[in-house]
Design a protein around this ligand. Sequence first.
Ligand code: SF4
Length: 347
Amino acid sequence: MPPGRALVAPPEGELLDLRQRRVRDLRISVTDRCNFRCVYCMPKEVFDDDYAFLPRKQLLSFEEIVRVARVFVDQGVEKIRITGGEPLLRRHIENLIEQLAKLPVELTLTTNGSLLRKKAQSLKDAGLNRVTVSLDGIDDAVFKRMNDVDFAVGDVLDGIAAAAEVGLAPIKINCVVKRGSNDDQILPLARHFRGSGHILRFIEYMDVGSSNGWRMDEVLPSADVIARIGAEFPLAAIAPNYRGEVAGRWRYRDGGGEIGVISSVTQAFCATCTRIRLSTEGQLYTCLFAQSGHDLRALLRHGAGDEALRREIAAVWRGRDDRYSEIRTAATERPGSGRIEMSYIGG
Ligand code: SF4
């Protein structure tokens, strides 16, 4: 939006926000718990044994989640991503997937892969289309340092193999790059996944939440990632699959497959952001870096019908003007900024 031009409300019919963005992607967090303590997301010193996770009765039930999802699909959502915390920790998650799979959407899930060997077949049978697996290193010691619970990289690689065996593909592998912590894993990861058919993506370390102690000098710009890989394996940029796709896509010139970079810090993509997030307790967030949400659970639990839900969701989206990554400055970097935790609403 050109600077200085006033935000105008979109026409009544089409559900657009104040920046003329439509709602296409619903991300649903089904738990705030995780069995990892990734240093950039759930640092152990904050999420310790005394950390108060959400009590079960505060979580949206699967029926409530499906009601909200159905109303969103009616308003244009084409893709649903199940997140967490670690979504595979939510008991009977396959039951939710089975219900969501009845909707006309692409149904995906982001996981740390720790339970994938055990769950891949039942997720596929329930109707899941594909998975994205977080993997912040291929060297076991580095990976363990990043997940901070001593979880072995081999078990996640085995989970990825299980997902491939049952056809939860294309599989995307997400590595958050923190300069000085795991940026030495960029080339080893590229060498490992080249020719595998999986799509390896590198995510710039972000100032999500209020507890990871984020500093700009620990961000390795995606341009550096591409330069490092391109020096060994020549790359060519490729067009996005659709408007609003988060990852910048690159292919190996020798046919070795595709990689991606997600550059929220150095190449903001807010102008085409079509994502909205539903927290595990029914709060709607219009941005990953939001400080407050909109309570849908109260509506759900006080007898509101789908029409009331639809009006509320439409009003939230129409009033949206988020563009945090475009306006991120030194001023917004302060810890304790009140931003909600990524482990609470998913990435
Ligand atoms: S910072 Fe917010 S508005 Fe920008 S792309 Fe991310 S979620 Fe969308």
